[in-house]
Design a protein. Structure first.
Length: 600
């Protein structure tokens, strides 16, 4: 494995360096003391070119200009090697130094990417200033500099880059979509980002078509920031303009924003009132039904599908959607009928229908039939998802070795998903309480994929379950050091400390930080209730635990809620909570231990 990674690094260094090197060698005259130098002629052959690049700093070392060049190339090589090894901050610092010697935009651009990967926005902004002075003026440069300026809260600089983005923009997307794309993933100063795009709408959108595109882009940005009311208002304004090309997307954005804002009836009214003007009304209705399903409105989703199937009774996509919704509602006959019609068709998504029929069988606690359908789904082209389901069935039946072999085959067949599948195997082992095997596997996974935060998180949980709390705590702290806003790691560390009964104030601090980041997460709400209970605040704890159990009736949450109720003297209610959970999870260790410890 190590030799493979080393080989990969050599290839990456060789493939990245020649491109910038051609430009750098050709521009040696701009280096200090080299104004009269004749630039080397770039070689046509890549291997010959690389030889020229590596040879250039060695020639005539006594010359001051060549020493400057030597330092420049050393910094570029250091930046590339560090980046290939995942040492992004070191790479960014080296490329910043290189750009300070010879300010070519390629160097600064690569440095910015490394700085962002390292989480060093300040360093990215410094490199951004170098990039700006390099003379490059492209939509890409101004989009990235706009993003950096907004993240830094520099409204004046952001307006300047936004204006230059408008001046230089070209391509299939509108300039307003380019703005939204540049800003959509920022975590801070979102109000500034929205304000800038609103200003751009007013300043640069002149024609009705431009106005429609601009409002649509604003709606997309607001949606990505979870400002759903603004997204709905912007998409509605976009629909009121004359642009026809994106009308259907704008209507779906309006519907999606209203649904995410909890306004189901408004979403239905908006779609129904505009559907006759849509370019693809049946496709809109089908997509809207899926949005309704995802938003927790299955009855409304089924109504949309019923209307669609009245006009097109053999619409395979609608039948598949109906089968999925009916299965989730527990309407087995309707689900089976719709899904089997798709399976028996020649032009429907038979693989997805087989997967859904397998899940329907699992819902009925019929793993043999489920496995049969999953094998059919694999044969029809869904080998990955079907294989994951089959591995879970094997594991739950105690066939751990078979489950692991299946996952190993999936890794071989899907090398691009190797990390995810390795993590899935570790999670499977943790779920089946094979903690030592999980630790061994995930330890190798962390070594192979050190930047995979989810892998490290699963490894930490396995360590804690395997009786190594100190190692688990160290791993969780390392994750938090890398990303202080990782709510899952903050919650896991706080909960682990709460369960141990030690350092409860520290535990509460971690959990409160997690709750601020993810206030609706029932697992974190449960942790807050449990740490408060451990501190002796049973009544306050009850509020959190009731809420967590209502949103997520997990057996461990039920154990916690029952214990608090029992302590407060509400023992009949406690028994009711436990009995309901035991009926679904009779062998859950935490639940059983709690009930056996407290009940006579």
């Amino acid at each position: 494995m190590q030799s493979v990674r080393r080989s990969h690094r050599r290839v990456r260094a060789a493939s990245w360096l020649p491109g910038p090197a051609v430009l750098l060698l050709a521009g040696c005259a701009s280096l200090p003391g080299a104004r009269d130098a004749t630039p080397p002629t770039p070689a046509d052959d890549e291997g010959e070119l690389l030889s020229d690049v590596l040879r250039a700093p060695v020639a005539e070392r006594q010359d001051t200009a060549e020493s400057t060049q030597s330092r420049f190339y050393r910094k570029v090589l250091l930046g590339e090697i560090a980046g290939a090894r995942g040492q992004h901050e070191t790479a960014a610092l080296a490329l910043r130094d290189a750009a300070a010697i010879y300010n070519h935009p390629t160097i600064a651009r690569h440095g910015i990417r490394e700085a962002l990967a390292a989480g060093r926005d300040d360093l990215a902004l410094e490199l951004g200033r170098l990039w700006k002075t390099s003379g490059e003026s492209t939509p890409e440069s101004h989009g990235l500099l706009l993003r950096l300026a907004v993240k830094a809260g520099d409204a004046e600089a952001a307006r300047g880059h936004l204006g230059r983005l408008v001046e230089t923009h070209e391509g299939p997307d509108t300039v307003f979509q380019a703005m939204a794309r540049a800003l959509s993933d920022i975590e801070s100063n979102r109000d500034l980002a929205l304000s800038l795009v609103r200003e751009a709408v007013e300043q640069y959108a002149v024609t009705p078509a431009e106005r429609s595109d601009a409002e649509y882009a604003l709606g997309l940005l607001a949606f990505s920031f979870e400002s759903f009311d603004e997204a709905a208002a912007a998409s509605e304004r976009a629909l009121d303009q004359t642009d026809e090309a994106l009308g259907d997307q704008k209507l779906l954005l309006l519907a999606g924003a209203l649904l995410r804002a909890g306004r189901v009836e408004d979403a239905v009214e908006a779609v129904e009132s505009r559907l006759s003007d849509a370019q693809e009304p049946l496709a809109i209705r089908r997509s809207f039904a899926e949005l309704l399903r995802q938003s927790g409105a299955p009855a409304a989703a089924r109504e949309q599908l019923r209307v669609l199937l009245e006009s097109r009774p053999d619409d395979r996509d609608a039948l598949l959607a109906l089968g999925t919704v009916a299965r989730e509602q527990g309407d087995d006959p309707a689900a089976r009928d719709a899904l089997e019609r798709v399976w028996q068709s020649e032009d429907g998504d038979r693989a997805e229908a087989a997967l859904q029929l397998g899940m329907l069988a699992e819902d009925r606690a019929d793993p043999a039939t489920a496995a049969d359908w999953y094998r059919r789904a694999a044969d029809a082209g869904e080998s990955l998802r079907a294989g994951l389901r089959l591995s879970r069935i094997d594991a739950e039946a105690g066939r751990i070795a078979e489950a692991r072999k299946r996952l190993e085959r999936l890794r071989e067949e899907n090398p691009g998903l190797a990390a995810r599948l390795l993590r899935a195997e570790g999670e499977l082992l943790v779920r089946e309480r094979a903690f030592s095997a999980a630790v061994d596997l995930l330890e190798s996974g962390v070594a192979a994929y050190p930047r995979d935060t989810q892998m490290r998180y699963t490894y930490a949980l396995a360590l804690e379950q395997d009786g190594a709390p100190d190692a688990a705590e160290a791993e969780l702290r390392a994750i938090i050091d890398d990303n202080p806003d990782n709510a899952a790691a903050l919650n896991a560390l706080g909960y682990m400390l709460a369960v141990s009964g030690e350092r409860l104030e520290e535990a509460e601090d971690y959990i409160r930080r997690a709750l601020e980041l993810s206030p609706e997460d029932p697992a974190i709400i449960d942790s807050m209730g449990w740490v408060l209970f451990k501190q002796g605040h049973a009544e306050e704890a009850l509020t959190y635990l009731e809420r967590a159990h209502g949103d997520y009736p997990d057996p461990e949450v039920a154990a916690h809620l029952g214990e608090v109720l029992w302590t407060l003297g509400r023992r009949e209610r406690a028994r009711s909570v436990w009995d309901e959970a035991l009926a679904e999870h009779p062998d859950h260790p935490t639940l059983r231990e709690t009930v056996e410890r407290l009940t006579p």
